[in-house]
Write a protein that binds this ligand. Structure first.
Ligand SMILES: [Zn+2]
Length: 321
């Protein structure tokens, strides 16, 4: 039996007469409701906790505060994981889907506008002799058909682009741009075809478009996180600038090399030519910077080794004939 003293009057009650007690929250007075309907309010929070320890336990201030912190940390962790997941898997997967869903009318428009801005900024008309260009065009057409591809899907463009040196690019719609410097450095039709086969690999896997869509998805995500879409247009414009559209990632390079090796082998070319072409580029261009073949097609030394491995496997059945 407990005694409650209120303005001199005493009320007797048992613990089980207390129907409910409000949760402790800062200095807010607690409210005890009794089975007979009466209510008792007190700001002696410690006294009430001592009186009803078993009712306080889990709902006590410390416990609930701790639970709140864990919940908050959990929410933050899940959000961070979600963002990392979106960056690593979500955006690339969505970009891949979008790239393969993009109709040819759009990709050929991208080719035209990229070529237009390339010509307006860095590129000049090719200075290669017309007969060299036409011989290479014929050889390229022959290779594409022999590799089992549709020649109308690919267009070869020659340009003199001193800013990028010996280099080649694939545009999403199948336009392949090769620089005069690359043709001169290779000095051999087979080696140029090998580089072009690699560029076809980029087109087959839609690498250029995937990079553009990734950049777009990334700036959207950053916009959602920071709530600032102000620079979105600027970021997309940056990403869509000619050189970054043409720059590939390491993973994409490996994929394009594998495609090139398969196509070269199917067309009866020596797949090791791609490794030889890369070695020539390394020899020529050890100190080349921004815009060079190495920035737009990274990972050259490891790739040369990998291609030699591929060519051993792919060429074996033919040499044993
Ligand atoms: Zn490449």
């Amino acid at each position: 039996m407990f005694v409650l003293e209120l303005e001199g009057a005493e009320t007797h009650f048992r613990l089980q007469d207390i129907k409910s007690v409000t949760t402790r929250l800062g200095r807010t007075p607690r409210r005890l409701a009794f089975t007979d309907g009466s209510i008792f309010e007190s700001d002696d929070n410690d006294g009430i906790d001592r009186l009803l320890p078993e009712r306080v336990g889990a709902s006590g201030r410390l416990a609930s505060a701790e639970r709140f912190h864990w919940r908050l940390a959990g929410i933050v962790a899940v959000t961070l994981l979600g963002i990392v997941g979106l960056f690593t898997y979500g955006i690339p997967a969505a970009a891949r889907f979008a790239a393969f869903a993009t109709p040819p009318s759009v990709t050929s428009m991208i080719d035209d506008s990229t070529l237009y801005s390339l010509d307006a900024t860095l590129a000049h008309e090719s200075s290669l002799p017309a007969e060299d260009r036409s011989a290479l065009r014929d050889a390229f057409g022959g290779f594409v058909s022999a590799a089992g591809l549709d020649p109308s899907d690919y267009t070869l463009q020659f340009r003199n682009i001193p800013a990028v040196g010996p280099n080649a690019f694939a545009l999403p719609g199948g336009t392949l741009v090769v620089t005069d410097d690359l043709v001169r450095l290779m000095g051999d039709e087979g080696l140029v075809i090998a580089v072009l086969a690699h560029e076809i690999g980029h087109v087959e896997h839609r690498h250029g478009l995937r990079l553009v869509y990734r950049a777009f998805g990334l700036s959207m995500l950053v916009g959602f996180i920071t709530g600032d879409f102000g620079d979105l247009a600027g970021t997309i414009a940056d990403q869509a600038s000619v050189l970054s559209v043409l720059a590939n990632s390491r993973g994409f390079e490996t994929e394009a090399d594998a495609s090139a090796a398969r196509l070269l082998s199917a067309a009866g070319y020596d797949t090791a030519d791609l490794a030889r072409a890369l070695e020539k580029l390394v020899e020529h261009c050890s100190g080349c910077g921004e815009g060079s073949f190495f920035t737009s097609h990274p990972g050259v030394p490891e790739r040369t080794l990998a291609i030699r491995g591929l060519s051993k496997n792919l060429d074996r059945p033919k040499t044993s004939d």
